[in-house]
Ligand binder design. Structure first.
Ligand code: XMP
Length: 324
């Protein structure tokens, strides 16, 4: 059984044999701010992706450090449609710095097909960009929004989450501060609401740090990224109204199809939509046939190079939520 010091109210049953106590949000916020003040003596960088974890972490760190905090958004080219612009808008008040690193990530991922290698490369590339930004401001501390399940999955050898097992062995940073390390996702959302973050952030669907790179099976290329970014946007548009835990598209490979009178050897896109409580396990979401048919015809109609769309029927376990 996992218990941490903030869990001092009614128990929540996560799965048979595993329960936690509900979070005392205000005490958590006070303690996290105190911890950041104690651990950071100079200036610090926070990696802000716009997801609920890093946004909560950035708000706590901003309260603790004010101008001594520089939030950095690395535009990796692996993000969803229009996401970078939106994040820039939302966090301009706390001095967000946006770094364009599209080419750098593509170059680093070139020819790499192994999923764990991809995660490690993404994790390392993020850190190298953060180090460069830290040097510019004379900071030696990195703050990250790592949460409890990221650690469990990395330490349990399931996946090296880019911000835990995917971190490089050597980093220039003298300190790494992770104030959310003991929280589950739904607890992070509670903290987000208490901090007054907009609903668009507090209720945001989880999105993996390595982004679209773990939604492309095999090598990541610019062409594949463009295809999957569009397909992903269609899936989100059609499925978000049913409140899934996560809903997205992944690129599997190529297969033969017919478009007009022509044979086309095009991309196979998988649609995945799951329900979950904490991402440790997940169930396939039941979606009506009409919606599935509309998704399929929109993806093949709006993206000429896609010939086939499939719906993933695998729960976790034995599948994982992401494909890589
Ligand atoms: P899996 O695929 O392991 O995913 O079932 C569980 C949850 O974690 C997210 N995920 C990641 N998040 N870095 C992250 O920040 C990662 O490397 C990573 N891999 C998976 C995934 O989207 C799901 O919510």
């Amino acid at each position: 059984m996992y218990v941490n010091k903030y869990h001092n109210r009614k128990p929540i049953i996560l799965e048979p044999g595993l329960s936690i106590m509900a979070l005392n949000v205000n005490r958590f916020i006070d303690d996290a701010i105190a911890e950041i003040k104690r651990d950071v003596s100079g200036r610090a960088i926070i990696g802000l992706s716009g997801g609920v974890d890093s946004s909560v972490c950035a708000m706590l760190a901003h309260r603790a450090l004010g101008d001594r905090l520089v939030p950095v958004y690395v535009d990796s080219g692996l993000m969803r449609q229009f996401e970078s612009e939106r994040i820039e808008q939302l966090f301009q008040d706390i001095g967000l710095v946006r770094v364009n690193a599209h080419e750098r990530f593509l170059e680093a991922l070139k020819g790499v097909t192994d999923p764990e290698a991809k995660r490690k490369i993404v994790g390392e590339t993020f850190i190298r960009v953060f180090e460069e930004e830290a040097r510019k401001i004379g900071g030696d501390c990195l703050i990250q929004g790592t949460i409890y399940p990221d650690r469990i999955e990395s330490e349990g050898g399931i996946k090296s989450h880019h911000n835990v097992g995917g971190l490089p062995e050597r980093m220039e940073f003298k300190c790494l501060v992770e104030p959310l390390r003991d929280l589950y996702k739904d607890e992070v959302r509670e903290v987000a609401r208490a901090l007054g973050l907009p609903q668009e952030i507090s209720e945001r669907m989880p999105y993996p740090g390595p982004g679209l790179s773990v939604r492309i099976v095999g090598e990541v290329t610019k062409e594949k990224l463009d295809v999957i970014r569009k397909a992903n946007a269609i899936v989100e548009e059609e499925v978000m109204k049913f409140c899934p835990w996560q809903a997205f598209a992944a690129l599997l490979g190529k297969a033969t199809g017919v478009k007009g009178d022509n044979r086309v050897y095009g991309w196979v896109v998988a649609v995945r939509s799951v329900t979950s409580r904490d991402a440790m396990t997940a169930d396939v979401m039941e979606i009506s046939w009409d919606v599935l048919r509309r998704i399929s015809s929109r993806i093949t109609g709006e993206i000429p190079s896609v010939t086939r769309v499939v719906y993933d029927l695998t729960p976790k376990p034995p599948g994982t939520i992401e494909f890589e």
